[in-house]
Design a protein around this ligand. Sequence first.
Ligand SMILES: C[S@@+](CC[C@H](N)C(=O)[O-])C[C@H]1O[C@@H](n2cnc3c(N)ncnc32)[C@H](O)[C@@H]1O
Length: 348
Amino acid sequence: MWLQCTVEVFPIDIAIVCDPNRGGAGDTAANEEESVSQTPAHPELSDVDQSLSSSDAEEQPGNSVQMRFLFERKEHSKLYEKYMIREPEAVLRMILSYLEDKKGKPFGMAVDVGCGTGHSTRILAPYFEKVVGVDISESQIQEAESVISPSNVSYMIAKAEELPFEERSLDLVTASVAAHWFDLDKFSEEVNRVLKPSGCLAMYCLDLQFSLVYKDCSEKLTDVFNEAIYFLSNEYKDELSAISYTRYKNIFDALPFEDKTRVTDIYHKRQISIAALKGFVESLCLYQSYYLADPEAAQEFLQKLQGSLLKNTGESSTDTELEICNSYTCILACPSPKRNKGPGDETL
Ligand SMILES: C[S@@+](CC[C@H](N)C(=O)[O-])C[C@H]1O[C@@H](n2cnc3c(N)ncnc32)[C@H](O)[C@@H]1O
């Protein structure tokens, strides 16, 4: 089945075609994915990090206050590194080709903002001279540093709204499943400051709707899984899960750059075991919010989900492999045209 892959371009619209059965252009090895969402205002969260005073909290940008409680927990960072399902190659190729079109090769320095445990940073390494992953969370950066990285990759703790880079020093800024946490106005200003002329911004996320495929029970499995995600999103509703469901449309509309493109429906499929699928749900902020609010209920929810997946497949082993298909959205932008002349303009 061929599906339309929608591309919203400012100011014109174009469309490209993706085949979800072929996993788009990026049919990579089965790996992991990521999720999106923000913590609801649970009072229980105040137990997580007593060291964060209310005045500290007030200083945090955008949505980062509640997010910090989640991503600053080592348990969450470890789960995230292990189970989060990852973006397809197709997204990476789209970003590289956009950058090549706008700026041309060679590619100097890329910065991955909200890098988490570094997966979205490391995938850039073969294409850039230097890649830096930055994240507001110390726990995420520690986890990133514990993973073996190529020699041109490094990490640092920093906020998206105060990027510690020189003016016009970067070819590419990326944000993978992270931009919805940022103060977009401040982040955009920083992107505009640190990018070289014709340097590019890429922000992408996964959509929280999935298809599961297994023998003749695909429809039932898909319903069970999406209902579970919907339960978490609904019970633990927040603007971030809403953003994921709108596929970054609000971020795209609010992004103050004229030269911008939004590509939706970048489909990808991969194999995943039932155990890893359970781990994926566990690694989501949506689930972590639930867990922090009510650990027993959350664990029961997870067990029930796994039980229901097993029952519907008719299998007894959690190693049973299913196929999971979902889509990604990627916003690409090139903020250069309106900037004043300055260092780096020689590349224009
Ligand atoms: C869902 S994770 C994505 C991690 C990684 N990019 C990936 O694709 O696996 C979102 C990350 O954004 C980080 N983050 C949230 N707000 C931030 C901000 N204002 N500045 C920098 N990082 C931020 C969080 O700490 C978290 O690690």
